[in-house]
Design a protein around this ligand. Structure first.
Ligand code: GDP
Length: 462
């Protein structure tokens, strides 16, 4: 509790905790100006509290003992015209670890509380500056790994998903309105809704929810990349490929079969493609205990992966054992990589295609680094869908997905109930439950626990 109001004034370092040219500390809350003033002496002599919004002042930052610490700029934002909707002061100092730590200490000593992860954005949400899905998009903007991801994150920030589900919400409210009219005036000839009409309306809601849910597959890929597992029999060049992609010698490369024993995960940027690559111990029966664990882990990875990269040694004739591995694989997109193209090739892509239905087949040399762009193109074609417009609104995290799933389930139950000729008030309750899930998604009606959970995944200072 602050001395003037009931909302704590919070402070945090908003830039990464690493040496840099400049660093920014942020202070937000009712007492931001008075607390800020205790840690800053402007060169002009003007007090922070007398500065107009969106203006800066140059001066000296003071440490917790009031001694000169560093020089730099403060920027003032006046409520409600700030990110949080509160009074905000931003301190731009030299980006040294010692300076930023001392300045934060000074702000805390002057009366601020240390901000929790995401607390600035949480306040913006609570002040009605953004919906919950827009707030989540802030982290997507920060986490964007490429141009495409950033375009989608910005669209979400502008409210693309919110607007999409808003339309679905309106349809649900429309159904509820019809049901209420029917319940209130059952004897009236109009405007009572017939179960058939209601069914048509609910089917449209069901379709809209299903379509929205189907965007999650793409949303997940934009968020965290394509998870891929490299499989193949020993010595075909799996580790070499993994090292080529990750650009470092992380997994052990040897000529002895079965030396890659555990799963190594690496986030790899291949042009515009983000890969989460799992290097596994190869899939085969083994009596070696440690390796067996590796094989089990590999099976797990396979179940969860988006993509399988099946590596073959093109310098050796194809054998039946090359395909044993493939028989154990779950059904999912699979790219065949015929490796060692720097050597004389013993079989062609067509020979491979005869044995198995691959999404794509390409030839490359993991050792020489030839053919990487073929792999990038293949993955782009399989997973990145440029026909989906960012403005259409996509589901980008599991919380949003669960809300849509819940709404969809309730609408399906409502449809079943109608089918079975159940009482319309029972149908009403089910649609209301569905609506509740949508309101949780947008944050229009959401529990404190959900809000806390969403923002706990943010970084401190955002
Ligand atoms: P893994 O058992 O499938 O992981 O295979 P490794 O990556 O350990 O490679 C086995 C052997 O094949 C090593 O000697 C690698 O140097 C070699 N190798 C891997 N890729 C290529 C390639 O593209 N060309 C050639 N000539 N040799 C390769």
């Amino acid at each position: 509790m602050s001395e003037y109001g009931n909302q704590r004034t919070i402070a945090a370092i908003s830039t990464p905790e690493a040496p840099g040219g400049i660093a920014v500390l942020r202070l937000s809350g009712e007492d931001a100006f008075s607390i800020g003033q205790r840690c800053f002496r402007s060169s002009s002599g003007k007090a922070i509290g007398d500065m107009a919004g969106y203006t800066c002042a140059y001066g000296t930052f003071l440490d917790a003992n009031g001694a000169d610490l560093d020089n730099g700029i403060v920027t003032v934002f006046r409520a409600p015209h700030s990110y949080t909707g509160e009074n905000v002061v931003e301190f731009s100092c030299h980006g040294g670890l010692y300076i930023t730590r001392c300045l934060l200490e000074s702000l805390l000593h002057a009366g601020a509380d240390a901000a929790q992860p995401g607390e600035f954005t949480q306040r913006a949400f609570l002040a009605g500056k953004m919906t919950l899905t827009q707030a989540e998009a802030v982290m997507d903007v920060i986490g964007a790994t490429g141009e495409r991801e950033l375009r989608f994150a910005h669209a979400e920030q502008r409210g693309a998903l919110f607007q999409r589900v808003q339309k679905i919400k309106d349809q649900m409210v429309h159904c509820l309105g019809d049901l209420a009219a029917w319940a209130d005036y059952p004897e009236e000839e109009i405007p009572a809704v017939t179960p058939e009409q209601l069914k048509t309306l609910l089917k449209a809601v069901e379709k809209a929810l299903k379509d929205t849910l189907s965007t999650y597959h793409y949303g997940k890929i934009l968020q965290s990349g394509v998870s891929a597992v490299i499989v193949g029999k020993p010595n075909v060049g799996k580790s070499t490929l993994f090292n080529l992609l990750s650009g470092c010698q992380r997994s052990i490369v040897t000529d002895i079969a079965g030396t890659t024993r555990d799963i190594v995960e690496e986030r790899v940027q291949l042009g515009d493609v983000t890969l989460r690559l799992w290097d596994t111990a190869g899939l085969r029966e083994t009596s070696d205990a440690i390796e067996k664990i590796g094989v089990e882990l590999a099976q797990n990875c396979l179940q969860n992966a988006d993509l399988i990269l099946a590596v073959f040694d093109g310098s050796m004739p194809l054998e039946l054992t090359d395909f044993d591995i493939l028989k154990q694989l779950p059904q999912k997109p699979m790219i065949a990589i015929v490796n060692k193209s720097d050597q004389k090739m013993q079989f062609s892509s067509a020979d491979l295609a005869e044995h198995c239905n691959f999404s794509q087949i390409l030839t490359m040399s993991a050792k020489c680094g030839d053919g990487l762009e073929l792999l990038q193109n293949a993955i782009e074609q399989l997973f990145y869908n440029d026909n989906i417009a960012p403005e259409s609104g996509i589901v980008s995290n599991t919380r949003q997905k669960k809300c849509i799933e819940e709404a969809l389930q309730q609408i399906r139950l409502a449809l079943d109930a109608l089918e079975q000729g159940k009482m319309l008030d029972g149908v009403t309750i089910l649609i209301e439950e569905g609506l509740e899930a949508i309101l949780t998604l947008t944050g229009e009606r959401v529990s404190e626990t959900v809000v806390d959970d969403v923002f706990s995944r943010f970084c401190v200072g955002k």
